[in-house]
Design a protein around this ligand. Structure first.
Ligand code: BGC
Length: 348
């Protein structure tokens, strides 16, 4: 009997001990937009791993690219006692009521990769330099076509990102600021006539939507003229353009830009169908966010490197911008394989 009592006591102490540790552990809610695009799976997995290694409890949720699902998920993270919420929004303005609630409960919110717009309750923003992504793409086209020396004219087409994603405008603008002088001078000609962001945007960054629009543009080249370059803001849209060109275009293969170094697109770079991509190492971003959260919850100064660029219409959000890197067939092995981002098998 005495043995049984002692045993029960021990068990009770153990349970008390475990729950004391659990109570001490901070809980972080991570809301990602979708599992459909490769990068968000990587972002989520990297953050989960790094936060857990740092001793956090993680509630990671994906919202199937549905604004209402994301709103419900973030709201329940707040109601379930998360100490901090990290959000990559499907649409930058669709989470207002969740942000109201976070504000009411004084739970900090960090915008991840995509800025949350039109609300004052956005504590920090961690991303890559989005404008620089566009600059890298625009400069690549400029240099490959040697626009400063060659006579031209060259035909250019443009496929941009989701108008609901604040990043998309930065990518577009970064590239257009490089290319606009050549368009104005007539050295670059957009035969479809579609140049404005609203005309070239791709809702939800969907490959299929980009493909359908590309198919209608290819019809402008039925006269046998060649498309010299196709500016695509990211890899999912580049894939749509490549699919359309493969099916319906007979001219010289154009220069095609991208972003993310998704596996499918890296393979296309190796095969020579996509010319370049922009590598944004999601491990770097995840690491930075874990650092931010740790500093924030410890009451330390949070490291940021940009306090001017990202005004969300209500506040300028202190930001940390990681550096995007040019990638093509010549450096992908070093960037992606030697760094352990992908195994050689994944790119077979
Ligand atoms: C990200 C890009 C990504 C795109 C589509 C953007 O917000 O910054 O890396 O390609 O969303 O998911």
């Amino acid at each position: 009997m005495k043995k049984l009592v002692a045993l029960l006591l021990c068990a009770a102490m153990l349970i008390a001990c475990i729950s004391a540790v659990a109570e001490d552990q901070k809980k972080v809610g991570i809301s990602m937009p979708t599992k459909d695009l490769q990068r968000w799976n990587q972002d989520g997995a990297n953050m989960q791993k790094m936060f857990e290694e740092a001793g956090f409890v993680v509630d990671l949720q994906y919202a199937a690219n549905d604004e209402q699902i994301q709103l419900n998920q973030v709201t329940s993270m707040i109601n379930n006692g998360c100490d901090v919420i990290i959000i990559s929004a499907i649409t930058s303005t669709s989470l207002g009521s969740a942000l109201d609630l976070a504000k009411e409960k004084n739970i900090p919110v960090i915008a991840y990769d995509r800025l949350l717009m039109a609300h004052d309750w956005v504590s920090y923003y961690a991303t890559f330099n989005n404008y620089a992504v566009g600059t890298i793409q625009g400069e690549y086209i400029r240099d490959q076509l040697d626009l400063d020396n060659a006579e031209g004219p060259f035909f250019l087409e443009i496929t941009a990102g989701d108008p609901g994603d604040n990043n998309a405008g930065y990518f577009y603008q970064g590239a257009i600021d490089v290319l606009a002088p050549y368009i104005e001078a007539g050295k670059l000609v957009v035969k479809s006539g579609q140049v404005e962001f609203s005309e070239v945007a791709t809702p939800a960054w969907k490959t299929e939507t980009a493909m359908n629009r590309a198919n209608s543009i290819i019809a402008f080249y039925d006269d046998g003229s060649d498309i010299a370059a196709w500016l695509c803001s990211n890899d999912s849209t580049a894939l749509g353009v490549i699919n359309a060109l493969e099916d319906n275009y007979d001219g010289e293969w154009p220069i095609i830009t991208g972003q993310d170094c998704d596996i499918a697109n890296t393979k296309k770079m190796i095969e020579g169908e996509q010319s370049m991509s922009v590598f944004k190492d999601t491990r770097t971003l995840a690491k930075q966010v874990v650092k931010m959260v740790t500093q924030l919850l410890n009451g330390e100064e949070v490291e940021v490197n940009d306090t001017e660029t990202y005004n969300n219409g209500v506040v300028t959000v202190p930001s940390f911008l990681c550096v995007p890197v040019f990638a093509d067939v010549n450096n992908y092995e070093e960037l992606l394989i030697e760094s352990g981002y992908y195994t050689p098998d994944q790119l077979q």
